[in-house]
Design a protein around this ligand. Structure first.
Ligand code: F6R
Length: 606
């Protein structure tokens, strides 16, 4: 969590830093700050709360200077306060940090014995003291950073400036992302791609252990021991417009409406409509070499994984288990040389998922990452990557990343099934054509968003919701409930509809709306039974049904109609009304849709 930026060039640094922080605010928004070097002095600004506070502060008292660093914080060590906000300063050195210094208490004691006085409760302030101790002894900023980092255990991406060397930024990374954007006589440093896009699309993605020594005209990458290393620049395929709201009130709404495009981009180029073949040119794994699959992920991506199990077992008949990444490592899973681990992550930086990938790799498993961010940590650790082409997802609640993950899983399981000859050409062609038709169907759902908005207006004051689904759509019930709770703070639970009578039915009364996923598949008669059970106890039913439905509609208080699709694609269609319902309920409640409390988009702590 936390986002860091740095800039050196000829523009006003505080403008660039604030623009960058705006693009990184999704990573944390407890407090923010910047430090700009000018005339041999470092000017520091820090505010508690949203970035708007910092913007206000800087607009009242502008900061001059063309080199600086900035930070947006998701608190780990020390509550959100001005003293705990970054940058942290000591002896003319300013530091911003994303990550956790695990041995900070021991280092703090050591430094205190040497006379250091601490102004904050953070682990980061240690870094400012360690670096400035080296600078005081006459070392260059880069040498000081390298020596300081040798004392540190934990994870970090840092950017450092010093008034003793006013034309230099030093950055370093270990297990937290750091990107160096290469402009024309200007360089921008950032935790994530969107923050560099206004300056450049050419970037160096630092590796663990890299230290970047940055001046206006040159970027030198070194190891922690000072040896030079080469990193080839990459041209990023995201554009600045993709990271803007584009006229929508919230990023989340824009991202919901982008799904037909995102899904088309994700499957385009990987399938042959004529033969029904799916191909992944970079994937050299033969499904015959594996005997089981583990899908590992967190949160919304884990819900995609639960759907993935149905796809993998349904199409390719490979036994598949789905694990929460945070649990996987601690239960000694049976991973060996014939195991494939599929890691799903929008950001590619989720600490639990990354750690689980490393553990599985250590045990000899093959790793495929399904990921949305190029050059992210998980993509670097995986043997192969299937990139979702959702574009930057900025709303903290994941939407388009989820549905593009579902589409990637659909394609991968079809690919395995075709290779293993478990699906013939005719069936393959049909399934591919259904995928190609999917975006059109999603457009139809989005065109009816007004129906969902009306519904949300009538339901936003309820305090508890239950979401029910069966089979492949049970994970979608979980996802619908997660979306509602994270952005509207309403308590919501997802449940497999058949389990309801084993406990949760006790909760049902007229104050508990029940959202029922009732597509016309083989479980439809059973779902009617579940709807009756809820009605008999006075519960209010909001049903999501297919075109032409009669029986569930008759038994529901409200309903949303969506187009039909084959069983394995229905989860994608059913997701959209649930995203819209959560979105509009949150808007009516007046919560902060794009930046819900206590959350951060990229969870880089375990
Ligand atoms: C929910 C949400 C989170 C993420 C989870 C994993 O809307 O966004 O639950 O899905 O933190 O993140 P990634 O996919 O980046 O690994």
């Amino acid at each position: 969590m936390c986002g860091i930026v740095g800039y050196i060039g000829s523009r006003n640094a505080s403008d660039v830093l604030i623009d960058g922080l705006r693009r990184l605010e999704y990573r944390g928004y407890d407090s923010s700050g910047l430090a700009v070097l000018h005339d041999g002095r470092i000017e520091l600004r820090r505010t508690v709360g949203k970035l708007s506070k910092l913007i206000n502060n800087v607009s009242k008292r502008p900061v001059a200077g063309t080199i600086g660093i900035g930070h947006t914080r998701w608190a780990t060590h020390g509550r959100p306060s001005e003293e705990n906000a970054h940058p942290h300063m000591e002896g003319g050195v300013a530091v911003v940090h994303n990550g956790i210094i695990e041995n900070y208490l021991a280092l703090r004691e050591e430094l205190k014995k040497e006379g250091a006085r601490f102004k904050s409760e953070t682990d980061t302030e240690i870094l400012a003291h360690l670096i400035s101790r080296e600078v005081r002894q006459g070392r260059s900023l880069e040498d000081s950073v390298m020596r300081a980092l040798h004392h540190v255990k934990g994870t970090y991406a840092i950017a450092v400036i010093s008034r003793h060397e006013p034309n230099k930024i030093v950055g370093a990374r270990k297990e937290c992302p750091l990107i160096v954007g290469l402009g024309q006589k200007e360089v921008v440093l950032s935790s994530d791609i969107p923050a560099i896009l206004d300056i450049t699309r050419k970037a160096l993605f630092l590796e663990d252990g890299d230290v970047a020594v940055i001046t206006r005209n040159r970027v030198a990458i070194k190891t922690l021991n000072g040896q030079d290393v080469e990193r080839a620049p990459v041209v990023v395929d995201w554009t600045p417009v993709m990271a803007e709201k584009g006229g929508y009130r919230h990023f989340m709404l824009k991202e919901i409406f982008e799904q037909p495009r995102a899904i088309t981009d994700t499957f385009r180029g990987n399938l042959m409509e004529e033969s029904g073949d799916i191909f992944f040119s970079d994937l050299s794994l033969s499904p015959g070499d594996i005997d089981r699959i583990y899908i590992i992920a967190c949160g919304t991506s884990w819900h995609a994984g639960l759907v993935g199990k149905f796809l993998m077992e349904g199409f390719s008949a490979i036994p598949t288990e789905v694990d929460l990444a945070s649990e996987f490592r601690y239960r000694n899973p049976l991973v060996g040389r014939k195991t494939l681990v599929i890691a799903i992550s929008q950001s590619g930086e989720t600490a639990d998922t990354l750690a689980a990938v490393r553990e599985a790799k250590r045990k000899g498993a093959y790793i495929i990452a399904i990921c949305n961010v190029m050059e992210s940590s998980i993509t670097r650790d995986a043997h192969w990557n299937l990139m979702t082409r959702a574009g930057p997802e900025i709303g903290v609640a994941s939407t388009k990343a989820f549905t593009t993950q579902l589409v990637s899983l659909y394609m991968l399981s079809l690919y395995f099934a075709r290779k293993l000859k478990r699906i013939d050409e005719k069936k393959g062609r049909e399934l591919v054509q259904e995928l190609v038709r999917l975006p059109m169907k999603l457009e139809r759902v989005l065109n009816e968003s007004g129906v969902v908005e009306d519904l949300a207006r009538r339901y936003f004051h309820y305090s508890d919701f239950l979401y029910l689904g069966r089979g492949i759509n049970y994970p979608i019930a979980l996802e619908g409930a997660l979306k509602l709770k994270e952005i509207s703070y309403i308590h919501a639970e997802g449940y497999p509809a058949g389990e309801m009578k084993h406990g949760p039915i006790a909760l049902i009364d007229e104050n508990m709306p029940v959202v029922v996923l009732a597509p016309n598949d083989s479980s439809y008669p059973k779902i009617i039974g579940n709807v009756e059970e809820v009605r008999a106890r006075g519960g209010r039913i909001i049903a999501i049904v297919n075109d032409g439905d009669r029986e569930v509609k008759e038994r529901s208080d409200d309903f949303i109609t969506v187009p039909s699709a084959p069983y394995y694609l229905m989860p994608v269609i059913l997701t959209l009304p649930l995203q819209l319902l959560a979105y509009y309920i949150a808007v009516f409640k007046g919560t902060d849709v794009d930046q819900p409390r206590n959350l951060a988009k990229s969870v880089t702590v375990e």
